[in-house]
Design a protein around this ligand. Structure first.
Ligand code: PEP
Ligand code: MG
Length: 366
């Protein structure tokens, strides 16, 4: 595939910070792609180049991208990776390489007449036949919130509500009811209703268990559809590396094991090498996949396939600073992932990704 033109823009993300958007044209096909950014990051994540500098770098390499005929996504990504020439993409920036890689994947889908998730499945060697569970972040803490005026805020970053149905449509309808009840409960108790970076509610308490109590409490029991509401699980983003000893997670005198998904994120950073190390240490049984941690779609697919070969669960995730690009929803379906974690659907950049899953579900059921 040859590229006719590429326009790189700077757009605001959901936090109002600058990020990159690429518009890429190949003959009659035109696509746009944009990249998110994280705040709680692993130390091995791909380097994020300041967007204005990325524009300068892009101007330097643009003609080389327009001259070549790329026969595959891997060839396109490898070309950019070799132009960069550094292990963490410090030269071109993981954000610049990824925005081009996302766009190129979308172009391939158009040229092949496929849905984006079908193209990703084709590249990954996966049979896309499963819809992921939705992991909704309803209560926020940690570095994603501004503490209340009295300084209080939950120390754990995410309290996830996870309907146990592989129907994004039903999950989304259900979670909207939960969110409404939850908002009422929090407001009633604290006369406070604020949202964190991902659209989930904040709670003016420093006790990490309070978030869990809210998700298990009265709010859910009063739901209009009690049958569904019984069938959910909870998730936490707790920085668990702080209580990992000798191959076991110790919480008080209890160990966490088979029933629990212990999910690697900052220790694995969607990086095959780090994933191998986590496997050797038997540290996790599930992994977060975030394309911008590694900085290209090809490497993202490689990381996910490796994790799957270990029998791990796969959760595709957004970042705390997001755009309206819905690529990760297609990625989750195309990789055959077990879950999609995309924040709280009260925020548009999060909602559109769940809605894309609903769109795919509707196509499948027609
Ligand atoms: C996360 O930690 O899973 C997350 C989505 O936040 P961030 O993008 O800040 O890492
Ligand atoms: Mg994080």
């Amino acid at each position: 595939m040859t590229i006719t033109n590429i326009q790189l823009n700077i757009i605001p993300d959901s936090r109002g910070e600058d990020t990159l958007e690429a518009e890429i044209i190949s003959g009659e096909y035109r696509v746009t792609a944009s990249v998110p950014s994280g705040k709680s990051k692993g130390k091995n994540e791909a380097f994020v180049l300041e967007p204005k500098k990325a524009l300068e770098k892009f101007t330097e390499i643009k003609s080389q991208l327009l001259e070549k005929d790329f026969s595959s996504l891997e060839e396109f990504d490898n070309f950019l990776i070799s132009l960069d020439g550094t292990p963490k993409k410090e030269n071109l920036g993981g954000n610049l390489i990824l925005v081009l890689s996302l766009g190129f994947t979308k172009l391939l889908a158009k040229a092949d007449g496929l849905e984006l998730y079908e193209e990703i499945a084709k590249i990954s060697g996966v049979k896309a036949e499963k819809l992921p569970l939705c992991l909704f972040n309803l209560i926020e803490g940690g570095v994603h919130i501004h503490p209340a005026p009295n300084g209080a805020g939950l120390p754990f970053q995410e309290y996830l509500y996870i309907p146990q149905i592989n129907s994004p449509k039903e999950s989304l309808a259900e979670v909207m009811l939960v969110i409404r009840s939850l908002g009422e409960e929090i407001h009633q108790k604290y006369e406070h209703l604020r949202q964190g970076d991902e659209g989930g509610y904040t709670i003016p308490s420093n006790d990490p268990l309070v978030g869990l109590e809210f998700l298990q409490g009265q709010a859910l029991l009063r739901l209009a559809r009690p049958g569904l509401a019984e069938n959910y699980r909870l998730g936490l983003d707790v920085a668990a590396s702080t209580f990992f000893h000798d191959g076991l997670y110790l919480v008080g005198d209890k160990t966490m094991g088979e029933k629990v998904w212990i999910v690697g994120d900052d220790i694995t950073t969607t990086n095959p090498e780090s994933i191998k190390i986590a496997h050797e240490k038997n540290a996790i049984n599930a992994v977060i996949i975030k394309p911008n941690q590694i900085g290209s779609v090809t490497e993202t697919i490689r990381a996910a396939n490796l994790a799957k070969s270990f029998g791990w669960k796969i959760i595709v995730s957004h970042r705390s600073g997001e755009t309206k690009d819905t690529f990760i929803a297609d990625l989750a379906v195309g990789l055959g992932a077990d879950g999609l974690k995309s924040g709280c659907p009260l925020q548009e950049a999060r909602l559109v990704k769940y809605q894309r899953l609903v769109e795919i579900e509707e196509k499948w059921h027609i």
